[in-house]
Design a protein around this ligand. Structure first.
Ligand code: HEM
Length: 238
């Protein structure tokens, strides 16, 4: 083996171990939680926007779902989504644990004047776990739920619209979804802004605006989702 190859191999090892150390370090973990959180925030926005078609037309809703699942890139997108979810949840839980070990005694008082914000901040881990459980249940309800079919122009298509209407006609699902989506809204309202701060967008001039945009984003995503079960339960007549 010549000296150059050995040098290149050593350089690769150093880069890899520095990367590993960064991912394991607190700042690396925080950045990973931030980046994966922003990725998931984009996913929920697009998922909410696509699903809004339920307010428009059953056929459009079904054809949209069909176009997604028949896209050859769907498996790649799903694997990316699972990786984002797992990295976000595992790293966030570990960070919470490490922070608690480092600071075992709880604050006697919340910082004055910002009690509402600090309650949301302090319960981010609990909101995250509720959302995680919600997503698993949600997949069983819809993705792996009852399979109905409808024929459009001679082609069989999954009738997701019928399933969604069937599910949200039940008051238990209606209330459960609204609670979960409100929690998602809380999580996003703090999470999006916090991710930007962790990634370095921290400036006295811009931070208040980033916080406002974060709340607006959360309102749009949660509001857009919540409109769907409400529409099915109270307005849609079949
Ligand atoms: C009113 C609220 C919601 C409705 C009506 C809804 C509806 C659906 C439906 C019908 C599917 C199945 C799509 C298919 O198999 O073609 C689905 C998949 C999925 N949903 Fe939702 N969803 C809602 C909220 C959420 C939220 C808040 C999240 C995440 C926090 C979420 C995460 C997912 C994921 C990860 C998938 C699987 C995507 C895939 O495998 O390609 N959903 N949703």
């Amino acid at each position: 083996m010549d000296l150059n190859t050995t040098f290149e191999a050593d350089k690769d090892t150093v880069v890899m171990s520095s990367l590993l150390r960064l991912v394991k370090s607190t700042i690396g973990s925080k950045s990973l939680v931030g980046v994966t959180g922003l990725g998931l925030s984009l996913f929920v926005l697009s998922h909410m926007a696509g699903n809004l078609l339920i307010l428009v037309d059953p056929k459009m809703y079904n054809l949209y779902g069909h176009a997604l699942v028949t896209n050859p890139l769907i498996y790649l997108a799903e694997m990316g989504l699972i990786a984002l979810f797992l990295a976000h949840v595992v790293k966030a839980v570990l960070l919470t644990f490490v922070n608690r070990q480092a600071r075992p005694q709880k604050y006697a008082m919340a910082s004055s004047g910002d009690k509402a914000t600090s309650a949301v901040t302090k319960t981010m881990w609990a909101q995250g776990l509720i959302i995680f459980v919600f997503v698993i249940l949600h997949l069983f309800t819809f993705k792996f739920g009852n399979y109905y079919e409808v024929i459009y122009d001679g082609e069989p298509v999954r009738d997701l619209h019928r399933l969604v209407v069937e599910v949200f006609a039940q008051p238990g699902y209606l209330v459960g979804y609204i609670i979960a989506l409100l929690i998602l809204g809380l999580h996003l309202s703090h999470g999006v802004g916090s991710a930007f701060q962790t990634l370095g967008f921290n400036h006295p001039k811009y931070t208040p605006m980033i916080k406002k945009i974060s709340c607006l984003y959360a309102f749009i995503v949660a509001g857009g989702f919540i409109a769907q079960p409400l529409y099915v339960f109270f307005i849609y007549k079949g």
